[in-house]
Design a protein around this ligand. Structure first.
Ligand code: SF4
Ligand code: SF4
Length: 443
């Protein structure tokens, strides 16, 4: 491990950021290093400080008061994707997320300079735009028109989008092509056939603004599987955007709106179809300790990812034949944070005609990681290329993944490659099979 400074480079020393962390989580790590090869940033950079063991070592040293957080330590921790692949790999059961998330949050909150506090991207785009589907849809409307007129594609091919600087430029290159999103979601949809469950559906923000067609597909799949569905209209963002941008209070308020909105007595599960939101909501009971914690935990206990829910319920197999080769990318927040790996594969394998080929490094982060691909564009691009190279190696025509961020990140790689592949959420494909329709592959 390279030498770590005990100076703070003239910046004000922040209060010990490890103070609120249960120290036993540090002690669980026996420094065996079995997690390092699973870590995308370590694999790319080969620096121990950019791997899980090194990061745990740094956080522990700071927590024990042996070193201070200087800009180098902050950098090593910031470069972590919080993908939690190291948790899956760790034989000692180290809960890495319970270390890095509160630690980084404490560093960020204590170091928030005046400029950072009023960083217009953070204050406006992240906090006032992303968490509100209606506002996001409104702002994206002109982009969609440009996409329909072919102007956006032209600008992308000419490399003009790359001229937009910073995070805004990254954001623009991630925008998916327009699809028919469908009408506003209703408050209730009845099951088709015998009722097997009553569920509430979590709509979210970015997912609703950019992937409403996937919401509709998910709802139709739930109906086909005998589910009555309620869709509470006062629900909002899951809180992940604010939580991962060092606004824990704002995230808690968003979580509490959701906790107050869903009537848990009335439903068997809260179903969510994007991994990032699901992972966040399953941890509502962990993130904040106050009088509302039991209610947050009760809410979290009801949350089910759609793949997990259908697999447990027992999928009514679709009958529409789709003859194609597909591959599945594991979203980190599904495979590592929620430990849901086999259910989506089991569901997809029930589509007649489908050949599901295993993706090399299927559970390796694609570089999306929430807003990581906006903040750490260089590493995100490296990981995006790596993911896409692996996809091409499978020979698949169809790429499937269960998370909005991965759909955006892999979608950008796909457009750049101009290969005639298709990218969709597993529920989009299941829905096509139930409706006896075929994916429309690009020519
Ligand atoms: S996190 Fe787990 S796998 Fe990694 S060094 Fe510590 S004990 Fe070993
Ligand atoms: S969360 Fe991901 S990027 Fe961070 S240390 Fe673990 S494996 Fe590496």
């Amino acid at each position: 491990m390279s030498q770590i400074s005990n100076k703070t480079n003239g910046r004000p020393k922040c209060q010990n950021p490890g103070k609120g962390i249960d120290f036993n989580h540090f002690l669980d790590c026996v420094h065996c290093g079995l997690c390092t090869s699973s870590c995308p940033t370590y694999t790319e950079l080969g620096d121990e400080n950019d791997g899980p063991r090194g990061r745990i070592h740094l956080m522990r040293a700071v927590t024990e008061g042996r070193i201070n957080v200087d800009h180098r330590i902050e950098r090593h921790l910031k470069l972590c994707l919080d993908c939690r692949a190291c948790e899956t790999a760790c034989p000692s059961g180290v809960k890495y997320g319970r270390l890095i998330e509160p630690f980084r949050l404490a560093v960020e909150e204590s170091n928030l300079s005046l400029w950072k506090r009023f960083d217009p991207f953070r204050a406006i785009v992240l906090f006032q735009l992303f968490p509100y589907a209606k506002r996001l849809r409104f702002v994206l409307a002109p982009v969609k028109i440009a996409q329909r007129l072919g102007l956006y594609g032209l600008a992308e091919r000419m490399g003009l989008l790359k001229l937009i600087p910073g995070r805004m430029g990254q954001m623009v290159t991630l925008l998916p092509p327009p699809v028919k999103s469908g009408r506003k979601l209703p408050k209730f949809l009845p099951s088709i056939g015998r009722r097997r469950a009553r569920v509430a559906f979590f709509v979210g923000c970015v997912a609703d603004a950019m992937f409403r067609h996937t919401h509709w597909a998910t709802l139709r799949v739930l109906q086909q599987n005998g589910c009555d569905i309620v869709i509470p209209d006062r629900q909002g963002c899951c809180g992940a955007i604010r939580y991962h941008a060092a606004d824990s209070d704002g995230a808690r308020k968003e979580a509490d709106v959701n906790v107050a909105t869903f009537d848990l007595k009335d439903i068997d599960a809260i179903v969510v179809n994007h991994a990032g939101c699901g992972a966040m909501m399953k941890e509502y009971g962990l993130h904040w300790k106050d009088a509302n914690t039991p209610n947050r935990q009760a809410f979290a206990d009801k949350v089910k990812d759609i793949n997990e829910f259908l697999d447990e319920l027992g999928l009514i197999p679709p009958s529409g034949r789709i003859e194609t080769v597909a591959t599945y990318h594991d979203a980190c927040h599904l495979a590592h944070a929620q430990k849901i790996v086999n259910p989506p594969r089991r569901l997809l394998n029930q589509i007649p005609g489908i050949e599901l080929r295993e993706l090399p490094e299927a559970d390796f982060c694609c570089g999306s990681a929430g807003t990581y691909n906006l903040n750490e564009a260089k590493m995100a691009k490296k990981l995006g290329h790596r993911k896409f190279d692996n996809i091409v190696e499978t020979g698949a025509k169809l790429i499937l993944t269960s998370n909005a961020g991965c759909l955006l990140q892999i979608g950008r790689e796909l457009r750049k490659s101009r290969q005639p592949l298709m990218l969709m959420h597993p529920m989009d494909l299941l829905d096509l099979s139930y409706r006896n329709e075929q994916p429309k592959f690009p020519k």
